[in-house]
Design a protein around this ligand. Sequence first.
Ligand code: NAD
Ligand code: MG
Length: 384
Amino acid sequence: MRRISILGSTGSIGTQTLDVVRKNKKKFEVVAISANSSVDLLLQQIKEFKPKYVAVYDEISALKLKSMIPNDIKIEVLSGMEGLKAIAALDEIDVLLTAIVGMIGLVPTLTAIKNKKDIALANKETLVCAGDLVMSEAKKHNVKILPVDSEHSAIFQCLNGEQNKEIETIILTASGGPFRGKTKQDLLEVTKNQALKHPNWSMGRKISIDSSTLMNKGLEVIEAKWLFGVEHNQIDVVVHPQSIIHSMVQFVDSSVMAQLGCPDMRLPIQYALSYPNRTINDFERLDLAKIATLTFEKPNLETFPCLKIAYESLKMGGTYCAVLNSANEVLVNEFLEDKIGFYDIPYYIEKTLEAHNSIENPSLEDILEIDKWARSFVKNILTK
Ligand code: NAD
Ligand code: MG
């Protein structure tokens, strides 16, 4: 029995995690759930999964949820960052599944690691802004970081029984997003509704915009560096529009391993929760003859500068990736609120990176400070 706490149970990954649990009540138990403010869905989840704890980040929503819970349900309602930290560190859990969006997941993730909880990690922003810190804390506390992101789950599966030092190249596949094949000229005026329409995956709003700019792939390049201990020049991106090959590893002897499957996030979620075992399920099986063709192409860095900027930030090291992430979080929000255009995202990220004084080996406090700085820097230039 794996006892699970979920950061962000009401989102795309969170609800799919609960579906994995729903189909396997003998293997998985949900001890704690959490969200920013979606109290109606939380209440529904409480009734179905009977967790012992719920954390609501927004204090007013936490009070509201408290008043909504029927008297015969015994549950502790927590709130704020303290609430998220508490459900990350519970004695009664084995694993924290991080399905929260944004670098706000960093502190609760580190809290779980310090309390020796394995991490099933979907919240890539945490590794992007503090990969070195998170991985070294995990090593120190003998904690496993189990990837949920489909590409990283694929790589993780390809590395079963292999040694990381024999990796020559990691080949991350990218669907190309909704704007594959377009030129910069085509995209100057695109709206958020066009950007939110992903061809193969239905996901949260932030990651959907990141997929449309290819920043998502950039964040995944950085995530791969930290998860698998490789250098930036050992990570390649290839566009594969069918999203059947979830990623590949090329070894020093030229052999390439790949993991394939229908696009369904429940598989990598279930694998992370079952590792090192596998769990039988009724998910759709791959029909290669029906798919018939798998295609590959180079990403277009002119149309999608965010991918290039992410590589550059990783190469520069220090705290550039943290700044990249924070600036991107703010700018994606602004784009979702129709306040800026599509290409303002990379433009202002670059401006923020240029103004940043990077430091080596940052502490958690340094990273939190840099996050604050980057957010206010972006907001300031936008108001000017
Ligand atoms: P989403 O927007 O659908 O859900 C986000 C969840 O986080 C919600 O439950 C929300 O309530 C919660 N949340 C947000 N702010 C919070 C706060 N301050 N305190 C507590 N909870 C908060 O996002 P998603 O698509 O599920 O993505 C979640 C993470 O997983 C992201 O880091 C994303 O990059 C990653 N990821 C998602 C997918 C996917 O298919 N959706 C695939 C790979 C990786
Ligand atoms: Mg992914």
